[in-house]
Design a protein around this ligand. Structure first.
Ligand SMILES: Cc1ncc(COP(=O)(O)O)c(C=O)c1O
Length: 391
C-alpha cells in the first residue's frame, strides 16, 4: 500500500535557505548567503551570567512547563517596549511567546488561510515566511517592493480580490534591505485597515536601524487589523528561539489555543534567561552597540564592493538590517553567478527564490556573518566572477 502525504505537506515549498546553511558550513567556504548574526556581537559573559542566575534562583520554574502563551514577566517587558519604542499600547496578555517568529507565520496561516485564498506577499519577500504560508496553499499575489516600500496599486488590487493576509516587513526588509516610506505606511494602512485583510507586520529587523527605528509601526496605525511579530533572533540569539506575536484583543483566545495545539508552549528556560538578560543589562545601550557593529560591518562590506566589483553590477546601501541587494545586468540569470562563486568557495543567496515573479538577476548578500578577512577574500572572488560573466 502506498503512503500519501497531505496537501499541506505536498504544497510546502523548498526554502533553499537551509540547504545553503549546510553548504556554507563546509570547511573553507566563505558565506555571504545566510541570515546569521555576527558571532562576535553575541554578549557571551552577560548571557552566561543570566543562565547561571536563572539556574541558581529559579531552577524549577526554568525547567518546568509553563503556560502556552509564555513567561509573564517577559511578556510585560515586551508590552512596555511596544509602548515606549514601537508607538502603541498593548496589554501583556496580547503578547504571545513563540519559538522564534517563524512559528507566528505558521499560526497565521493556520488561523486565516483556506486552500486557494488570496494572500499578498512582498515581491521579493522573505522566503522562510513564504515557505511557512505555502503549507496552506494560498494564491500568492506578489506586491512589488522598491526602495520606498510596496506598490500600493498592486496591494489595493490584491485586497479588492479578497486577500486574507498581507505579509510585510516595513523595516530593513529581508532580502532587499528596503524600508517603507511614511507615505507608503499611510497608504498600506488605508488599503488594509477595515478591509477584512490582516496585516502581518514582521519586525525582525526593526531594532537594527543604524540610526534608530526608521518609521512608525503599522500596528500603531491599524491595531485591530495588524499582528506584529518580533524576535530576539537578530538581537540576542537565534539559537534560543524566542519570538512573539502581538495580537488584537479579538484574536487572543484563538491565537492562544492555536499556539497550544501547535507546540504546547515555547521554551520556558530560554524565555527566563532572556528576561534575566534584559533585567540585568541596559538593552538600549546593548542595541546601540549592535547597531554600531552592523553599521561598521556594512561599511567594510560596501567599501570592499566598491573596490572589487565592476560597474556592470549595482547594489543598494541599506540603513539597517544585515543585507545588501545586488543586481546583475538586466536579462542575466544570477544562478550562473551563484554556481560560478561556489567553485571559488563563496556562497551567496540567489534572489530568484524570494520572488513570486521575476528577480532572476538578483543576489542577496549578508554582511553580518563573515569576518572582515572573509569579506576581503570573498569580495575578490565575487569581483573576478562578475568581471568574467558581465565584463
Ligand atoms: C524577516 C525575517 N523574519 C523572520 C525571521 C525568522 O526569525 P526567527 O528566528 O524569529 O524565527 C527571519 C530570519 O532570518 C527574517 O529574516
Amino acid at each position: 500500500m502506498e503512503h500519501r502525504f497531505s496537501r499541506s505537506a505536498e504544497s510546502t515549498m523548498d526554502s533553499f535557505i537551509m540547504s545553503l546553511v549546510d553548504v556554507a558550513a563546509k570547511p573553507g567556504m566563505i558565506a555571504f548567503a545566510t541570515g546569521l548574526p555576527d558571532n562576535s556581537l553575541f554578549d557571551i559573559p552577560a548571557m552566561r551570567k543570566a543562565i547561571d542566575d536563572v539556574m541558581a534562583e529559579e531552577p524549577y520554574g526554568a525547567l518546568q512547563y509553563d503556560t502556552a502563551t509564555g513567561y509573564i514577566p517577559l511578556r510585560k517587558r515586551i508590552a512596555e517596549r511596544c509602548r515606549r519604542e514601537l508607538g502603541f499600547d498593548t496589554s501583556w496578555e496580547n503578547v504571545l511567546m513563540t519559538s522564534g517568529s517563524q512559528v507566528c507565520f505558521d499560526l497565521m496561516g493556520k488561523m486565516f488561510l483556506e486552500h486557494g485564498d488570496v494572500m499578498a506577499v512582498e515581491n521579493p519577500g522573505y522566503l522562510g515566511a513564504i515557505q511557512s504560508y505555502s503549507a496552506y496553499s494560498p494564491d500568492f499575489r506578489g506586491i512589488d517592493i522598491g526602495p520606498g516600500g510596496v506598490d500600493l496599486d498592486q496591494l489595493s488590487e490584491a485586497v479588492s480580490d479578497g486577500a486574507r493576509l498581507f505579509y510585510s516587513i516595513p523595516n530593513h526588509q529581508n532580502p532587499s534591505g528596503a524600508s517603507y516610506s511614511e507615505d507608503v505606511r499611510k497608504g498600506v494602512a488605508e488599503i488594509v485597515g477595515d478591509s477584512g485583510c490582516m496585516l502581518i507586520e514582521d519586525d525582525a529587523y526593526g531594532e537594527l536601524g543604524y540610526n534608530g527605528r526608521v518609521g512608525r509601526t503599522m500596528k500603531s496605525m491599524i491595531p485591530e487589523d495588524t499582528v506584529l511579530t518580533g524576535s530576539f533572533s537578530k538581537t540576542i540569539s537565534p539559537g534560543m528561539r524566542v519570538g512573539w506575536m502581538v495580537v488584537p484583543d479579538w484574536m487572543v483566545a484563538k491565537a492562544g489555543r492555536s499556539l497550544e495545539a501547535c507546540c504546547l508552549q515555547s521554551n520556558t528556560f530560554c524565555q527566563r534567561v532572556i528576561d534575566r538578560f534584559l533585567q540585568d543589562n541596559d538593552y538600549d545601550a546593548y542595541l546601540q552597540g549592535l547597531r554600531r557593529g552592523y553599521a561598521r560591518k556594512k561599511k567594510v562590506f560596501l567599501d570592499a564592493m566598491e573596490d572589487n566589483l565592476p560597474d556592470t553590477v549595482s547594489w543598494n546601501d541599506p540603513d539597517g538590517g544585515m543585507f545588501v541587494w545586488l543586481r546583475t545586468p538586466e536579462g542575466t540569470d544570477a544562478m550562473r553567478l551563484y554556481e560560478r562563486l561556489l567553485e571559488g568557495k563563496l556562497v551567496v543567496m540567489p534572489g530568484r527564490p524570494f520572488h513570486v515573479r521575476g528577480g532572476a538577476n538578483t543576489i542577496r548578500l549578508n554582511f553580518a556573518t563573515p569576518t572582515d578577512e572573509q569579506i576581503a577574500a570573498g569580495m575578490k572572488v565575487l569581483g573576478d566572477a562578475c568581471r568574467e560573466l558581465y565584463g
